[in-house]
Design a protein around this ligand. Sequence first.
Ligand SMILES: [Zn+2]
Length: 240
Amino acid sequence: MLANGQVQLVSPRVYPLPINQLEDGMFESRFSGKLQKIARPGGYSSGSCYWNVEKHVNQHGGSKVNGWLLNWWPRLYTEAMHHAVWKSPSGELIDVTNDPYGSNEHGHSTFSEDESIPINLEFWPCIPSDWCYLQHDLRNLTYAFIHSCHARSVIARLYSQFVLQNGLKLDENGRYPGKPARNLTEKRLLEAIEAITLSIGGQINELKRLDVVRAPDDVTEQCPCGSGLAYKKCHGVASS
Ligand SMILES: [Zn+2]
């Protein structure tokens, strides 16, 4: 779930959480669902899941299912991000939103249904993620990163409510028409979102730089971090 900051997000090293990796008590609040591995075929737009699903239902039938997307940075954290997916007329759950970080190579998502949070598409919902940080040398940095992400979603929600109060509605793609900002408060809020997005990007780059594992002799072997991917596709990918 991304708000409409204009700064490109830096990709964290995240994968769909393998469903056997969820442990009891991993998340303290809200998230407590049963995990499902669902298809994420790609080829859709990114970061506007609620609107993507709505359009999909209008075009193809089926229905919208809300819940949580489980993203996992091996050894560092698991994030439960509020998300919507499409239930096809035959009852299959399909993620019709692209990975906001530009990668759909996994071909699936890890998802848990939860309809307890009402979603109003008049403004960007900005539901804060639920986080669980994992035991690792980098836990202090990871903790700081998670706090920055939380702060970003709080500011993004303020922005979202502000533009709603000023009579500006989201378009059918979940984006605000009429940029640039029309007044100082809106401009300041957008600047705050951009600033914290840049700062989060720096934190992600720092985590990537410090989160190293020893390369296996053969880089096509499984990565020692436990992601289940080949080293060359996981920690062996040079961070940009
Ligand atoms: Zn790895």
